[in-house]
Ligand binder design. Sequence first.
Ligand code: S6P
Ligand code: ZN
Length: 197
Amino acid sequence: MKPVEINDLPTSVWLDINTGVFEPCVEISRRKVSDLAMMFADQEAVQQLIAQGDPVVYDIRYHPFQTSTSDMALGVSTIYPGKVGDEYHMTKGHFHVRMDQPEIYFCVRGTGFLLMESKEGDFQVAEWRPGTITHIPPQYAHRVVNTGPEPLIWVASYHLAAGHDYEPIIARGFAKIVVEKDGQPVFLPNPRRPNSS
Ligand code: S6P
Ligand code: ZN
């Protein structure tokens, strides 16, 4: 990650809601199937897709609004449509390292679900369409799933200091996975958690 520059003057960026491209954007990260390999239930499908060219699951663009007294940031993520086996494309998902840090997600294109789960196991789902805005309280892990035929694009507003903690998700996933059945998204218990229902 590039060093964050301090700028105490007002700043604007411009977002193309059809492509998820925004400028100026200081960094773009790309996550492919291989970067998310352990997140998907169907490991055979994971290996097949990697062998066939390792498709891109999502892109993250990011801009820090760092002043001498504040640390807001904007992320714009785009999940491309697709599945790994029957499971829809999704983000890795994370908790914030700082457990007092919430986040706001604003869906601008596409359809899908935001999965949220607290450390105590409270599992919540928000259904998304363009215009849906969700406040994610502190201490809830968050993952976005694209269940539609077009890119799912949303804007994330958060503090840089929040940090990303991926480890609990790598270890256990979320309570449910989202798979296609008869052309529709359905929620199934996470097979990596044998005792969940
Ligand atoms: C940061 C914010 C987003 C995500 C991005 C990708 O707090 O929640 O910018 O980083 O949507 O998700 P993930 O789980 O791969 O970081
Ligand atoms: Zn976050």
